[in-house]
Design a protein around this ligand. Structure first.
Ligand code: FAD
Ligand code: SF4
Ligand code: SF4
Length: 450
């Protein structure tokens, strides 16, 4: 797939990967061997019927290709862009042995985009069943849950704390990876299906789960509130001005338009030298956004080696092409400031030791230190669920990380279900979609019994 030139794109927020033309998609689809036992399907968390939709692209039938994907994955244009394909579908394609697996993600994106281009709304007939369900959170888990329930005939209301719908797809993943028009079109498609969206409602503050059940009369509630509470490093100086969490940084740019091109009253000033701490997708996004905001030197501080970076391979490659510097085997131990303004970050140099419980080599301190002068630092070392709902809901069981405890998506409170990052911890879009879909089946079974 063609991409924008790295030295041009690192100054703009337009999409990096430009997508397949029809000819390119057909050519790529023609390479698929249509395996009898497709290993690619088993490696997709949503079990998308990959060879079927690829065959339909080859036959120039992207409309039916879309329907084929949609049965398993309600957000093809999104997943085609953001799934870690190299460790899922594409990683299991038999053509890996030739070094050129089928570009399944790019083909899925092509089908999703074609369907959005022609403004297609699945003209489905919904047969109302007289029951209503509330979905809390409009991220991929909530959207997938709502879509599945609506098709089963439920009246569905989505409640979202923020002023835009889409969860991380809207406030976290930057527009140069996932244009906001894609997310908005997917929301519109669900509105056309009859799902009602309510924004600026914080469940647990504006309205409680108890009120939703007992006063608003919802027959069931699905909680898909994600993992939006950033973890802190817990090192001295983390409170200095100039130290951001990636969550705050990305929300201010994505939702509050704090970009140089926008004349908004809430700008974000990051200076010339920016350190990003962490090695996942969120860290890559924060670093690439910092570069686009005009920082001259952006470097990633990561305590393990390159092969351990948890980010999608494509994001690492794109970040490097855009001039992001990787300072590997460096672990921040202190943020140094003057008058509470960040001036430098001090790191211990690390080396790799024995394998730890995650199966990766454990970083071990060497006792040698290096200090980097910086204007800003963005901490991106993971997220936990926000405790607002659990604190406001007596009897809702959570674990020590604040994740909601479920049994087949049923929480400790009858009629209240949960899924996505709020149950799994920070995971992936397609896993959240799968959770939302499976929870809809559990809700339907529950409501049919009572
Ligand atoms: P979320 O997407 O977090 O949505 C939860 C929603 O609930 C939010 O809109 C939130 O505002 C709302 N909410 C929270 N509390 C309340 C409340 N009390 N009342 C009402 N609403 C509430 N995954 C990938 O697969 N590929 C990637 O490339 C990738 N990149 C990422 C980049 C970033 C910057 C981040 C942060 C994550 C990334 N992820 C990626 C992870 C992925 O986005 C998440 O796993 C996924 O979005 C989880 O979906 P969810 O629906 O469970 O939660
Ligand atoms: Fe691959 Fe993700 Fe699509 Fe599954 S949903 S086929 S993992 S891109
Ligand atoms: Fe096609 Fe690869 Fe799947 Fe085989 S494994 S059906 S070649 S995508």
């Amino acid at each position: 797939m063609q991409t924008q030139d790295p030295l041009i794109r690192n100054h703009n927020f337009n999409e990096v990967a430009l997508g397949f033309s029809e000819n390119e998609a057909i050519l790529e689809a023609s390479r698929c061997l249509q395996c009898k036992n497709p290993t690619c399907i088993a490696a997709c968390p949503a079990s998308v019927k990959i060879p079927d939709f690829i065959r339909l692209i080859k036959e120039k039938n992207s409309r039916v290709a879309y329907d084929t994907i949609y049965k398993d994955n309600v957000l093809p244009a999104v997943c085609g862009r953001v799934c870690p394909q190299e460790s899922q579908c594409e990683g299991a394609c038999v053509l890996n042995r030739t070094g050129r697996p089928i570009a399944i993600g790019a083909l899925e994106r092509y089908v999703g985009d074609e369907s959005l281009k022609c403004g297609e709304c699945k003209d489905e007939k919904i047969i109302p069943n007289g029951k209503k369900v509330a979905v809390v959170g409009s991220g991929p888990a909530g959207l997938a849950n709502a879509a599945s329930l609506r098709r089963m005939g439920y009246d569905v209301d989505i409640y979202e704390a923020l002023h835009e719908f889409g969860g991380v797809l809207q406030y976290g993943i930057p527009a140069f990876r996932l244009p906001k028009t894609i997310v908005e079109s997917e929301v519109l498609r669900l509105e056309k299906l009859g799902i009602k969206f309510h924004k600026n409602v914080i469940i647990g503050k504006s309205l409680t789960i108890d009120q939703m059940k007992n006063e608003l009369g919802y027959d069931a509630i699905f909680v898909g509130t994600g993992a939006g509470l950033p973890k802190s490093l817990g090192v001295p100086g983390e409170g200095h001005s100039g130290v951001f969490s990636a969550n705050e940084f990305l929300i201010r740019v994505n939702l509050m338009k704090a970009t140089p091109a926008m004349d908004y009253p809430t700008p974000i000033r990051i200076g010339d030298n920016v350190a990003v701490i962490g090695g996942g997708n969120v860290a890559m996004d924060a670093a690439r956004v910092a570069k686009r905001l005009g920082a001259k030197n952006v470097f990633i501080l990561y305590r393990r080696d390159k092969s351990s970076l948890p980010a999608r391979l494509e994001e690492v490659i794109h970040a490097e092409e855009e001039g992001i510097i990787f300072k590997l085997l460096h672990n921040p131990v202190e943020f140094i400031g003057e008058n509470h303004q960040l001036k430098a970050v001090r790191c211990e140099k690390m080396e790799l030791g024995e394998l730890d419980s995650s199966g990766r080599a454990k970083p071990v301190g060497t006792g040698q230190y290096e200090t980097f002068p910086v204007d800003s630092a963005i901490v991106s070392i993971g997220e936990n669920p926000n405790p607002i709902i659990s604190k406001a809901t007596p009897g809702l069981e959570t674990d020590r990380k604040g994740q909601i405890v479920v049994n087949n998506h049923q929480t400790s409170i009858a009629g209240v279900f949960a899924g996505g990052d709020v149950v799994l911890g920070a995971a992936t879009v397609i896993l959240a979609i799968g959770e939302g879909k499976d929870a809809a089946i559990a809700i339907d079974e529950y409501l049919k019994k009572i």
